[in-house]
Design a protein around this ligand. Structure first.
Ligand code: ZN
Length: 245
């Protein structure tokens, strides 16, 4: 199974505004719509970081490269990508007259954070620091985006570092939270013997039973990542001793 870690950076919309506070901006005030500046991506378990930008390749070539990556991916790991990165990328695809890439599953680490924990903030920078996984690359803030849009070489160097840094943090977070991910694309579909659905390990321990409304299954815990899951075979005798059995 090929899993892609992905993060994009986008340029803001540019608009003519009449004030600063509580503005309603009409479409006619927009001088330039936002667009994808760059992306950083990495195949899970590979050491190679990929990066491309409109500065390096121009928009069309960059977006085509991104399309190729998604075409190859069985699943994509991102942070808030369901609401942000993927719809932005899809808009780029349709604007560039590209067809949808072959379907892929999405592992949105923001949903994993929201669904399992109550962190004070769900920002990637906060969560990764709280978990001791490192911080995002520091940068000049909004100015960095403005300078990149103006084509400044030093700003682009910083943007590349920042974008790649996000993917590194994202990968660490993915490994840290792996046993908490529900509905992870199931490695058993790609694996002959029973394995952990989340990390493909065969280092499993049978621990108790998992029940549905009608059936009882053997329950396992992965000894590598810690994921709990149930085996495929139904067990006929529905005698359950409880959590310690
Ligand atoms: Zn596992």
């Amino acid at each position: 199974m090929k899993i892609l870690l992905l993060d994009i950076e986008t340029a803001p919309n540019l608009a003519y505004v009449w004030g600063l506070f509580n503005q309603n901006i009409s479409i006619s005030q927009i001088s330039e719509s936002g667009y994808t500046l760059c992306y950083a991506a990495k195949w899970l378990h590979s050491k190679t970081m990929m990066f491309d930008s409109i500065k390096k390749s121009g928009s069309k070539k960059m977006i085509k490269g991104l399309h190729k990556l998604l075409e190859e991916a069985d699943a994509v790991i991102h942070y808030n990508g369901r609401k942000f990165d993927i719809p932005v990328i899809n808009r780029e695809f349709v604007m560039h007259k590209l067809q949808p890439p072959s379907p892929y599953k999405q592992i949105d680490m923001l949903s994993v954070c929201r669904g399992n924990f109550r962190f004070t903030s769900n920002k990637l920078d906060y969560v990764s620091q709280v978990l001791g996984l490192g911080a995002k690359v520091k940068h000049a803030g909004h100015e960095l985006w403005v300078n990149c849009m103006a084509g400044d070489a030093a700003a682009w160097k910083m943007m590349e570092k920042y974008n790649k840094g996000d993917v590194i943090i994202l990968e660490r977070l993915y490994h840290e939270l792996l046993p908490w991910i529900k509905n992870h694309p199931n490695y058993n579909l790609y694996h002959e013997d029973l394995c952990c659905p989340n990390c493909e390990s065969e280092n499993l321990q049978a621990r108790g039973y998992a029940t549905t409304a009608a059936c009882v299954y053997k329950r396992y815990q992965c000894k590598d990542c810690g994921k709990w899951f149930r085996g495929n075979d139904r067990i006929k005798q529905p005698k359950i001793k409880g959590k310690d059995c």
